[in-house]
Design a protein around this ligand. Structure first.
Ligand code: CU
Length: 339
């Protein structure tokens, strides 16, 4: 879980001085931006983040891939879990905090100046290829012709413009390459189960109803009493609606359910429901707006949720909470898992 050493050889063209010097090898990456100082804690946090964004919090194809963006739509309709978690974390972790825009990797406009960017994004592709092989109940293919026929122009190795459709890229092996098979330590990494039944009664103190809080500016840790669609262990998703952010800032917040303590350094627990994070853009249009869904079904099993008709959702801002406003919060039955 370190930057590969090949990128840290100062004699090599792969080296880039515009990186966070504190995060050179052997520093362990902190995918959850948990701020954990203990390396072992960082490792288990990382495994939890990966398991959550690949499996546990994903109810539908679009939860993973992101919302559709079609002609006439407002820009940035919403990131999927494959984009807004570990992908963002690696960008911001590598970028140099001493530079105004955390260049190179820490900002959208400059990320491509770092050789690590290409390796990082090849790895994001690899995560997609692994996700497609997972034996979960979520369909893995998008059949919408708007998606399959969307086309992009690239220069090929002979400097000729070529048009490539999304449908041409769904199987990377057709493009002549494959990924090395390596162990996937997060694949079966479930957070430790709770020993006692999780009831809201002792933890609802200080939690408020959504109608008294939303729209919510996420300045501080906030606990919300959210009504469930059905009591107890139901197949449900948590929806955070109309999340408005300042797109020029690094934003991150985490979501927990029925959590008794707010120990920000620990993500490896059954109550962790998911993450929202974004890479800053240097852009004139400063407003980003999106909605995310987090599946709760497995979480309910892991915390052994009681037969309550309400849960307590804790929202923990990690970076620039002042620049986040969440329009609404609700729990609904898991929508059909169609592609
Ligand atoms: Cu990226």
């Amino acid at each position: 879980m370190q930057m590969p050493k090949i990128f840290d050889n100062t004699e090599s063209p792969l080296y880039n001085v515009n990186r966070n010097q504190d995060n050179r090898p052997p520093a362990i990456i902190d995918l959850g931006f948990s701020g954990a100082s203990d390396d072992l804690q960082k490792v288990v946090n990382n495994l939890t983040v990966m398991y959550s964004e690949m499996i546990r919090s994903v109810n539908s194809t679009l939860d993973f891939m992101g919302q559709p963006y079609k002609a006439g739509f407002a820009p940035s309709p919403g990131m999927g879990s494959s984009e807004r978690g570990s992908h963002v974390a690696a960008h911001v972790w590598v970028g140099n905090p001493k530079n105004k825009y955390r260049e190179d990797m820490g900002n959208f406009y400059s990320a491509g100046r770092d050789t690590l960017f290409y390796c990082h994004h090849a790895n994001v592709d690899r995560m997609w290829s692994i996700w497609k092989t997972l034996k979960t109940d979520v369909p893995k293919d998008i059949t919408d012709p708007d998606f399959l026929n969307a086309a992009f122009l690239f220069y090929d190795e002979n400097k000729q413009l070529v048009r490539v459709k999304v449908a041409d890229c769904l199987d990377h092996r057709r493009m002549g390459y494959d990924f090395e098979r390596v162990d996937i330590p997060w694949l079966n990494y479930k957070p430790p189960r709770k020993a006692a039944k999780s009831k809201i009664q002792p933890i609802s103190k200080g939690a408020q109803k959504p109608e008294d809080l939303f729209p919510l500016n996420l300045k501080k840790i906030t606990r919300v009493l959210v009504p469930k669609s059905a009591k107890g262990k139901a197949d449900e998703v948590l929806v955070l609606e109309n999340i408005e952010t300042d797109s020029t800032k690094f934003i991150k917040f985490d979501v927990f359910v029925n959590d008794e303590d707010d120990n920000a350094e620990e993500l490896d627990k059954a109550e962790y429901a998911g993450t929202f994070a974004q890479v800053p853009h240097k852009t004139k249009d400063k407003k980003g707006k999106s909605t995310i869904s987090l599946r709760l079904t497995e979480l309910y099993e892991d915390i052994d949720v009681a037969d309550d008709d309400t849960i307590v959702v804790t929202l923990i801002p990690r970076s620039n909470g002042d620049d986040v406003t969440i329009g609404g919060i609700k729990i609904i039955p898991s929508p059909p898992r169609s592609g």
